[in-house]
Design a protein around this ligand. Structure first.
Ligand SMILES: Nc1ncnc2c1ncn2[C@@H]1O[C@H](COP(=O)(O)OP(=O)(O)O)[C@@H](O)[C@H]1O
Ligand SMILES: [Mg+2]
Length: 329
């Protein structure tokens, strides 16, 4: 780390300038990553994240977090992330679409002079574990707006009458700032909609949400993510400015994922990433990460400083069984 950064970091701390502190901290993490000090970078990231359990946003920038009247739990979480495009492995096409969304937001003033507006309402869909939630965190990091994380389940799970008022509170909060807002596992509303009991009530709530989304004209980027696009009714799609499909990774991306999630240990001479990519057809990014974690643990707990090809092959095999079991359900 150069001395200028160190001085700036100390100054930011003494002046209690949290924004400056976080941005210098982020630069330092990036620098360590560039130097391939991955363990140190991961540790620094963790420290920033962990010391911010509910939120690491300086309090003076934070409106009060809305709560559910009945149970009192928080309806959303606000967090800053320090990720980059390198942290997620996507198809070229998907990455381009997402980067274009960010570019439009960055140049919104120029667009406005021509009467144009950036895309702000995005739907992410695709199988579980393909990086939808992760990508929302990356976009929040890259654009520099904190992430507002709305777990739809908690909004909906209380009395239905309460749900509409919860949604209103969430949108009121969103309107007070510039955020990336993630309505995660958004499919819950679609799912319940098919439930014949309470059908009318749920329908009202869905329409309510869609209307609030449609009327929203603020500065935030709103992302709704779902694993089950087929249950969202046709009308839902029209409300979004962009729809992004997250597919299962192809062979090339699977290779990249193995490299990414195994990089903390050296590999033995036999190691053949291409073969692993071939043997993991149908795996999601999360499945590959899980297999890699299992393999790394096997090596570490056996006091080996090297992860062997056999470790990973075994872990891939085990993960394959899990995927099969999951599909059976
Ligand atoms: N495309 C990807 N690139 C890198 N890592 C991924 C990818 N997809 C999944 N992962 C890993 O799996 C974890 C879970 O993925 P997540 O983003 O929650 O998937 P989803 O929201 O689509 O269900 C991520 O935090 C990441 O560690
Ligand atoms: Mg998710």
């Amino acid at each position: 780390m150069n001395s200028e950064k160190l001085i700036n970091l100390f100054e930011a701390f003494m002046k209690k300038d949290d924004d400056a502190f976080y941005s210098i901290a982020q630069e330092i993490i990036k620098e360590e990553e560039r130097k391939k000090h991955h363990l140190l970078a991961a540790q620094l990231k963790r420290i920033l994240a962990e010391n911010s359990i509910s939120s690491n946003i300086p309090p003076r920038h934070m409106p009060p977090i809305p709560r559910d009247n009945e149970k009192g739990f928080k309806l959303l979480e606000v967090k800053k992330f320090f990720l980059s495009w390198d942290d997620v492995v996507l198809s070229k096409e998907t990455e381009e679409t997402l980067k274009q969304i960010i570019r439009e937001l960055e140049k919104e003033d120029i667009l406005a002079t021509y009467g144009l507006r950036p895309k702000r309402k995005i739907l992410f869909y695709g199988p579980p574990g393909t990086g939808k939630t992760l990508t929302a965190k990356v976009m929040s990091s890259v654009i520099g707006y904190p992430l507002v994380f709305v777990r739809f389940e908690s909004v909906i799970s209380s009395y239905l009458g309460e749900t509409a008022s919860n949604l209103r509170k969430i949108f009121d909060f969103i309107e007070k700032g510039k955020w990336v807002v993630l309505f995660d596992e958004f499919d819950i509303i679609g799912k319940q909609r098919d439930d014949p009991t309470e059908h009318g009530e749920i329908k009202r709530v869905v329409n309510n949400f869609m209307l609030m989304l449609e009327n929203y004209e603020g500065d935030s980027l709103i992302i709704a993510a779902t694993n089950h696009p087929h249950i969202l009714d046709i009308g839902v799609w029209r409300r979004f400015d962009e729809i992004v499909y997250f597919d299962l990774p192809d062979k090339k991306r699977r290779k990249k994922l193995f490299e990414k999630y195994l990089k903390v240990l050296k590999k033995d001479k036999k190691f053949d990433i291409t073969k692993l990519a071939e043997q993991s057809m149908g795996f999601s990014g999360a499945d590959i990460e899980q297999a890699c974690i299992d393999a790394l643990k096997m090596a570490i707990l056996n006091d080996r400083a090297v992860v062997s090809f056999d470790d990973v092959k075994k872990a891939v095999h085990k993960q394959k069984k899990k995927i099969k079991a999951r599909k059976g359900n």
